[in-house]
Design a protein. Structure first.
Length: 215
Protein backbone atom coordinates (compact mmCIF):
# COMPACT_ATOMS: atom_id res chain seq x y z
CA UNK A 1 0.00 0.00 0.00
CA UNK A 2 1.12 3.53 -0.69
CA UNK A 3 -0.38 6.52 1.04
CA UNK A 4 -0.18 10.06 -0.26
CA UNK A 5 -0.82 12.82 2.24
CA UNK A 6 -1.45 16.52 2.09
CA UNK A 7 -1.64 18.82 5.09
CA UNK A 8 -2.64 22.45 5.47
CA UNK A 9 -2.81 24.74 8.47
CA UNK A 10 -5.25 27.65 8.68
CA UNK A 11 -7.63 29.27 11.20
CA UNK A 12 -9.85 26.29 10.40
CA UNK A 13 -8.98 22.73 11.46
CA UNK A 14 -5.71 21.31 10.20
CA UNK A 15 -6.44 19.40 7.00
CA UNK A 16 -4.87 16.10 5.97
CA UNK A 17 -5.63 13.94 2.93
CA UNK A 18 -4.69 10.26 2.82
CA UNK A 19 -5.05 8.61 -0.59
CA UNK A 20 -5.06 4.83 -0.30
CA UNK A 21 -3.42 3.22 -3.31
CA UNK A 22 -3.75 -0.42 -2.29
CA UNK A 23 -6.36 -1.99 -4.55
CA UNK A 24 -7.51 -4.65 -2.11
CA UNK A 25 -8.12 -3.65 1.50
CA UNK A 26 -8.81 -7.04 2.99
CA UNK A 27 -8.05 -8.73 6.33
CA UNK A 28 -7.95 -7.16 9.76
CA UNK A 29 -4.14 -7.14 9.74
CA UNK A 30 -4.08 -4.92 6.64
CA UNK A 31 -6.74 -2.64 8.10
CA UNK A 32 -4.84 -2.22 11.33
CA UNK A 33 -1.66 -1.26 9.45
CA UNK A 34 -3.56 1.36 7.44
CA UNK A 35 -5.28 2.73 10.55
CA UNK A 36 -2.02 3.05 12.46
CA UNK A 37 -0.52 5.00 9.54
CA UNK A 38 -3.49 7.37 9.51
CA UNK A 39 -3.38 7.75 13.30
CA UNK A 40 0.30 8.65 13.03
CA UNK A 41 -0.60 11.39 10.55
CA UNK A 42 -3.40 12.70 12.77
CA UNK A 43 -1.05 12.85 15.76
CA UNK A 44 1.03 15.44 13.88
CA UNK A 45 -1.95 17.74 13.36
CA UNK A 46 -3.37 20.36 15.68
CA UNK A 47 -5.95 19.91 18.42
CA UNK A 48 -8.70 20.26 15.80
CA UNK A 49 -8.21 18.43 12.50
CA UNK A 50 -10.08 17.05 9.51
CA UNK A 51 -8.61 13.98 7.83
CA UNK A 52 -9.97 12.88 4.46
CA UNK A 53 -9.50 9.25 3.40
CA UNK A 54 -9.71 8.85 -0.36
CA UNK A 55 -10.99 5.45 -1.53
CA UNK A 56 -10.88 6.31 -5.22
CA UNK A 57 -8.23 3.69 -6.00
CA UNK A 58 -9.57 0.98 -3.70
CA UNK A 59 -11.19 -1.87 -5.64
CA UNK A 60 -12.23 -4.04 -2.68
CA UNK A 61 -12.68 -3.53 1.06
CA UNK A 62 -13.99 -6.28 3.31
CA UNK A 63 -15.83 -5.99 6.62
CA UNK A 64 -12.82 -6.66 8.86
CA UNK A 65 -10.74 -4.02 7.08
CA UNK A 66 -13.65 -1.55 7.14
CA UNK A 67 -14.00 -2.12 10.87
CA UNK A 68 -10.30 -1.49 11.49
CA UNK A 69 -9.97 1.55 9.24
CA UNK A 70 -13.35 3.27 9.06
CA UNK A 71 -15.16 2.33 12.27
CA UNK A 72 -12.17 2.56 14.60
CA UNK A 73 -11.06 5.92 13.22
CA UNK A 74 -14.58 7.31 13.68
CA UNK A 75 -14.67 5.79 17.17
CA UNK A 76 -11.43 7.63 17.96
CA UNK A 77 -13.01 10.89 16.79
CA UNK A 78 -16.22 10.63 18.82
CA UNK A 79 -14.24 9.94 21.98
CA UNK A 80 -13.38 13.68 22.00
CA UNK A 81 -15.00 15.72 24.76
CA UNK A 82 -15.88 18.97 22.97
CA UNK A 83 -18.23 19.38 20.02
CA UNK A 84 -16.17 22.40 18.92
CA UNK A 85 -12.76 20.71 18.90
CA UNK A 86 -11.20 17.33 18.24
CA UNK A 87 -10.54 15.26 15.16
CA UNK A 88 -12.92 14.69 12.27
CA UNK A 89 -12.82 12.10 9.49
CA UNK A 90 -14.61 12.01 6.17
CA UNK A 91 -14.40 9.48 3.36
CA UNK A 92 -14.42 10.38 -0.32
CA UNK A 93 -14.40 8.37 -3.52
CA UNK A 94 -16.75 5.90 -1.79
CA UNK A 95 -18.41 3.80 -4.48
CA UNK A 96 -21.38 1.49 -4.07
CA UNK A 97 -19.18 -1.58 -3.68
CA UNK A 98 -17.44 0.08 -0.72
CA UNK A 99 -20.63 1.08 1.06
CA UNK A 100 -21.94 -2.26 2.35
CA UNK A 101 -18.91 -3.30 4.46
CA UNK A 102 -18.27 0.27 5.64
CA UNK A 103 -21.91 0.87 6.56
CA UNK A 104 -22.15 -2.48 8.34
CA UNK A 105 -18.98 -1.87 10.36
CA UNK A 106 -20.23 1.54 11.48
CA UNK A 107 -23.72 0.28 12.36
CA UNK A 108 -22.35 -2.53 14.49
CA UNK A 109 -20.67 0.08 16.68
CA UNK A 110 -23.56 2.57 16.61
CA UNK A 111 -21.48 5.05 14.60
CA UNK A 112 -21.98 7.17 11.49
CA UNK A 113 -19.64 8.89 9.04
CA UNK A 114 -19.75 11.54 6.34
CA UNK A 115 -18.94 10.24 2.87
CA UNK A 116 -18.76 11.47 -0.70
CA UNK A 117 -19.37 9.41 -3.83
CA UNK A 118 -16.92 9.40 -6.75
CA UNK A 119 -19.28 11.91 -8.39
CA UNK A 120 -19.11 14.24 -5.39
CA UNK A 121 -22.54 13.50 -3.87
CA UNK A 122 -22.57 13.67 -0.04
CA UNK A 123 -24.19 10.89 1.96
CA UNK A 124 -24.10 9.35 5.40
CA UNK A 125 -23.03 5.83 6.28
CA UNK A 126 -23.90 4.00 9.47
CA UNK A 127 -26.58 4.51 12.08
CA UNK A 128 -28.46 7.80 11.56
CA UNK A 129 -32.08 8.69 12.29
CA UNK A 130 -34.08 10.10 9.35
CA UNK A 131 -34.52 13.56 10.90
CA UNK A 132 -30.78 13.84 11.47
CA UNK A 133 -30.08 12.75 7.90
CA UNK A 134 -32.41 15.43 6.50
CA UNK A 135 -30.85 18.10 8.70
CA UNK A 136 -27.33 16.99 7.75
CA UNK A 137 -28.15 17.22 4.05
CA UNK A 138 -29.60 20.70 4.57
CA UNK A 139 -26.34 21.84 6.16
CA UNK A 140 -24.36 20.22 3.33
CA UNK A 141 -26.44 22.05 0.73
CA UNK A 142 -25.95 25.38 2.52
CA UNK A 143 -22.30 24.75 3.40
CA UNK A 144 -22.84 26.34 6.80
CA UNK A 145 -25.94 27.58 8.59
CA UNK A 146 -27.33 28.64 11.95
CA UNK A 147 -29.94 26.77 13.93
CA UNK A 148 -32.59 29.45 13.52
CA UNK A 149 -32.16 29.41 9.73
CA UNK A 150 -32.46 25.63 9.50
CA UNK A 151 -35.36 25.02 11.86
CA UNK A 152 -38.17 26.65 9.81
CA UNK A 153 -36.94 25.08 6.58
CA UNK A 154 -37.29 21.61 8.10
CA UNK A 155 -40.41 22.39 10.14
CA UNK A 156 -38.64 21.94 13.48
CA UNK A 157 -38.69 23.86 16.73
CA UNK A 158 -35.41 25.79 17.12
CA UNK A 159 -34.57 24.04 20.39
CA UNK A 160 -35.12 20.59 18.87
CA UNK A 161 -33.12 21.56 15.82
CA UNK A 162 -30.26 22.83 17.98
CA UNK A 163 -30.14 19.66 20.05
CA UNK A 164 -30.03 17.51 16.92
CA UNK A 165 -27.31 19.67 15.38
CA UNK A 166 -25.23 19.41 18.54
CA UNK A 167 -25.65 15.63 18.59
CA UNK A 168 -24.34 15.48 15.01
CA UNK A 169 -21.37 17.61 16.04
CA UNK A 170 -20.68 15.22 18.91
CA UNK A 171 -20.82 12.37 16.39
CA UNK A 172 -18.35 14.32 14.21
CA UNK A 173 -20.76 14.59 11.28
CA UNK A 174 -20.77 18.41 11.41
CA UNK A 175 -18.40 21.02 12.82
CA UNK A 176 -19.62 23.83 15.03
CA UNK A 177 -18.00 27.27 14.93
CA UNK A 178 -19.75 29.56 17.39
CA UNK A 179 -23.42 29.71 16.38
CA UNK A 180 -22.81 28.28 12.90
CA UNK A 181 -22.77 24.63 11.89
CA UNK A 182 -20.42 23.69 9.05
CA UNK A 183 -20.47 20.64 6.82
CA UNK A 184 -17.15 18.80 6.64
CA UNK A 185 -17.20 19.20 2.86
CA UNK A 186 -17.51 22.98 3.21
CA UNK A 187 -14.66 22.99 5.74
CA UNK A 188 -12.44 21.07 3.35
CA UNK A 189 -13.38 23.24 0.36
CA UNK A 190 -12.60 26.41 2.31
CA UNK A 191 -9.20 25.04 3.26
CA UNK A 192 -8.54 24.23 -0.40
CA UNK A 193 -9.66 27.72 -1.42
CA UNK A 194 -7.44 29.44 1.12
CA UNK A 195 -4.55 27.17 0.17
CA UNK A 196 -2.25 28.32 2.95
CA UNK A 197 0.11 26.14 4.95
CA UNK A 198 2.44 23.50 3.61
CA UNK A 199 2.22 20.04 2.12
CA UNK A 200 3.83 17.28 4.10
CA UNK A 201 4.39 13.57 3.65
CA UNK A 202 2.68 11.45 6.24
CA UNK A 203 4.01 8.44 8.12
CA UNK A 204 5.38 5.51 6.18
CA UNK A 205 2.78 3.13 4.80
CA UNK A 206 2.98 -0.56 5.74
CA UNK A 207 5.19 -1.33 2.74
CA UNK A 208 7.45 1.59 3.64
CA UNK A 209 6.47 3.68 0.60
CA UNK A 210 4.92 7.13 0.83
CA UNK A 211 4.94 10.29 -1.24
CA UNK A 212 3.39 13.71 -0.97
CA UNK A 213 0.72 15.02 -3.28
CA UNK A 214 0.27 18.73 -3.98
CA UNK A 215 -3.28 19.98 -4.60
Amino acid sequence: MTMATQRRSSPMPDIAVASLYQKNLVTRHTGRAVRLSVEGLVSELGATSLTVLDFGDVAVIDFSCADEVVAKLVLRAVDGESAESGCFFMFRGVAQHHVDPMDCALRRRGLAAAAQSPGGEPFLMGEVEPAASRLWLAVCEAGHARRDDLAPVLGMEPQDCGRLLDRMCARRLLRRDGQAYHSLFYTFAEAERVGNGQDAAGPAAPDGASHSERG
